[in-house]
Design a protein around this ligand. Sequence first.
Ligand code: MCA
Ligand code: AMP
Length: 463
Amino acid sequence: MDLLRDAGGPVRIAGRDLPRDELLGWASAVAAEIRGADSVAVHATATLETAAAVVGGVLAGVPVVPIPPDSGPAERAHILGDSGASLLLAAGDVEPAEGDPPRIPVDTLPRNGSERGGADAGATAMILYTSGTTGAPKGVLISRGAIAAGLDALAEAWAWTPGDVLVHGLPLFHVHGLVLGVLGPLRVGSPLVHTGRPRPEAYAAAARDDGGSLFFGVPTVWSRTAADPSAARALRGARLLVSGSAPLPVPVFERLADLTGHRPVERYGMTETLITVSARADGDRRPGHVGTPLQGVETRLRGEDGAPVPHDGETPGELHVRAPLLFKGYLNRPDATAESFAADGWFRTGDIATIGPDGWHRIVGRASTDLIKSGGYRIGAGEIENALLAHPAVREAAVVGTPHDDLGEQVTAYVVADGVGEKQLIDFVADSLSVHKRPRAVHLVDSLPRNAMGKIMKTRLTP
Ligand code: MCA
Ligand code: AMP
């Protein structure tokens, strides 16, 4: 199956432009180098090289494993080892790391390749690593068919056409920035302006100078935009402002609407499901709500006992999803895959939601306190606890998300340790994992509150 269109607008990433045919020619040269590999890793900086590498994987029908460029040695080694990626695609100036597989310097490849292959709809296109509540991140297997279905459903809901100019500056190793934000415009045919980083003034410049019409951001980006009235007003000429990856606070929704004249479109999804629920371009936008199911998506609510919960707009239950855009499973983790599905095959999102009689969804929280959303990044408490426990001075550790004005939630740790300071522990985590996973606060305490079974009672944690 063809995932991407041959024709379409140019791609700009961090100030460098490439016409569509040159990007595809470059990606074809990548495809010729990697054909036959089981999977390839991509050092996923926000660059044209990353786009060429990922599209090369798509053209070759080889699963792509994006690696966050700031991931520390432990995280990087886990992703490379677990995925078994046999090659690393990176720009030549990226520092080699010990244990990396053989590298292909993407920037040196010609831009006029003609290799085209593809694969069937069930084949894995991407393996995206994402945090669970415990342990190391899991590799989410996403098929070509899921990506095609997910992007087509979004194009329908948002009336996204080749006439749009998509603007964003999100990282290129998650669903939001990479699947929606790079493969999206390449499938729809619209030009892409990636601003390098998602700064309000860069979005404003893209609206003014590049005809930006469709803008993507996580809530932190929109709250920074709402706090910058001149940048926000520059978005008045846009067609659609889209927010997702975490809850958009109602005051940010309202301030953005006042300043830009656009009520933002909110949408909800997960790495495992792609985007499943969204407000529509031709419909209502409601603060605090994430919209209605996309084409082909079914949703339902279940109680803790598995019993159906009424769709009355008030009663919360766990949101379950059934759709052609779901993942194929977690790589090497049949146990975790089985656990994430109900007995009748629906995917259990772990999010608590209400659904109104009119089909509108509201996300009210998560079933587990052990998944933290900070600036749109999903961070598992267990992974940070393990990183802290690897420090020789640490005896016990418990990690929770606490409210943060800019990031929504921040990583906060409670630690029992001997002779080590807060800053040393923060740096210790930052050195082994991605920088954004480090705790913002570490409270050194004498003991952690435990129940009669010895389990830490995280709701009782106070500094
Ligand atoms: C940056 N820092 C963070 C975060 N981001 N710390 C905690 N949480 C974060 N999210 C660190 C930086 O490393 C830096 O550390 C310090 O905070 C200050 O950075 P600052 O310049 O303020 O931040 P920034 O670089 O502007 O980043 C903020 C950001 C970024 C732009 C909001 O976090 C971001 O790009 N988030 C998007 C995540 C995303 O795309 N999620 C999609 C997954 P130091 O001072 O030590 O240098 S969700 C998904 O894919 C699904 C399916 C969906 O629904 O979309
Ligand atoms: P990730 O796999 O990183 O995309 O994280 C998925 C999680 O992000 C979901 O399970 C939700 O908890 C949260 N999330 C994504 N979009 C939204 C949204 N629009 N509103 C509230 N939470 C969201």
